[in-house]
Design a protein around this ligand. Structure first.
Ligand code: V47
Length: 371
């Protein structure tokens, strides 16, 4: 006799809404985060993914991470990556050296995308950003350039006196293809005041992506969770992204980023790393709330490959990429490797019972690895 898995009462109404294709609201989101019936939550998120057309395919990208500078004026309290110019280990790449480094990696790794972000370096001027984009484009015309967070774009408006639109137009002219999703943190002003008082308001981040979308740039979006935000503030963040996506359809993917406290002031205040419970909840709840964002990434760098495998059954359909070489999470205590090879990602996805698909940045299929 089959024993049906009981679904907790609080999930029952939300489940009916999801299965009927109805939109979830703020209260639903908070209820989902408060719910400890993890398996039902995962099953519901997986059902939502399938109802919206998802299948057994799981994406990854062969990409290269670059960080042009670690020098940053902002001093976000969650960040262990930023340095001042005076610190001995501060990094700032000359353009030619950075391009030469990327070309050297390319000799043994056929990456299709460069993902490059850095600090808000007050010692650079806008021409550096334009020139580095143009130099990468010239050296690797066939590589997709996913460069600069919305926070960096905002910083460039300060450096140049240009509007966000004009900064983006200059970068697009130089070769920029898409924006990564970093810098979003949590939009709530209360949270930003505590963790990132020197950073632009959440509204500016959203407005910058809106402007990018209007110019035809597709972008990504993120949320950094498990520092000082409440569940309500997490859901409000997701709803702000959902509202923008309703207007523009410009986001390709959402990436939940678990806060890593090591080497930050939060470590001294006793903050702990997230647990698998919170990470899986965030993947599932993101999938359920963001009903208009096609892809949710289980970012193996921050949650590990074993948990990313589980997350693929909790609403995620992408595990990001080969990476080579991640520095932001690792500065803050990540214990994952800093890169994975294509063969290893294929193995991780297959062993999770899914079909690995190597994609380009726009989710076009480069190679499907049949079972
Ligand atoms: O902007 C900073 C966050 C982001 C810490 O667009 C931290 O496809 C955890 O945005 N612990 C950079 N997170 C990473 C990022 C990203 C990653 C993968 C894919 C994409 C994409 C974007 O990491 C930063 C900040 O929000 N961050 N410090 C920390 N201690």
């Amino acid at each position: 006799m089959a024993i049906a898995t009981p679904v907790s009462a609080e999930l029952r109404t939300i489940r009916e809404k999801v299965l009927a294709g109805e939109r979830l609201d703020l209260d639903d989101g908070i209820t989902l985060l408060e719910c400890d019936d993890l398996l039902s939550l995962g099953e519901l998120a997986d059902s939502a993914r399938r109802l919206r057309g998802g299948n057994e395919e799981v994406y990854f990208v062969n990409n290269l991470y670059l960080n042009h500078t670690t020098i940053c004026r902002v001093k976000c309290k969650f960040c262990a990556f930023a340095r001042t110019a005076k610190q001995a280990d501060a990094e700032m790449w000359e353009i030619d050296d950075l391009v030469a480094h990327a070309l050297r990696v390319r000799e043994h790794q056929e990456f299709s995308e460069i993902h490059m972000v850095g600090g808000e370096n007050p010692h650079l001027d806008f021409s550096y950003y334009v020139d580095i984009t143009a130099a990468l484009r010239k050296a690797m015309p066939d590589v997709h350039l996913k460069l600069f967070t919305a926070s960096e774009i905002h910083h460039m408006t300060k450096l140049s006196g240009l509007t966000h639109e004009d900064v983006l137009k200059e970068l697009i002219k130089a070769g920029l293809d898409t924006l990564p999703g970093g810098g979003a943190e949590v939009f709530a002003p209360r949270v930003r005041k505590i963790v990132a008082p020197g950073k632009e308001p959440g509204e500016t981040w959203l407005q910058t992506h809106r402007t990018a979308h209007a110019l035809g740039l597709r972008t990504h979006c993120t949320m950094l969770y498990n520092h000082v935000e409440t569940y309500e503030e997490r859901i409000e963040h997701l709803l702000a992204l959902r509202d923008l996506q309703d207007d523009t359809s410009g986001f390709m993917a959402f990436i939940p980023l678990p806060f890593h406290p090591e080497n930050t002031v939060f470590e001294r205040r006793g903050w702990k790393f997230t647990t698998g419970m919170d990470d899986l909840k965030m993947v599932a709840v993101s999938r359920l709330m963001l009903d208009n964002v096609e892809h949710v990434k289980a970012y193996w760098i921050m949650i590990s490959t074993p948990l990313a495998q589980v997350a693929l059954h909790f609403g995620a359909n992408d595990i990001q990429g080969t990476v080579v070489e991640e520095k932001i999470a690792h500065a803050a205590g990540a214990v994952t490797p800093t890169e994975e090879k294509v063969g290893d990602l294929v193995h991780v996805i297959r062993e999770a019972g899914k079909v690995p698909v190597q994609r380009d940045t726009f989710y076009n299929v480069i190679r499907r690895f049949d079972p």
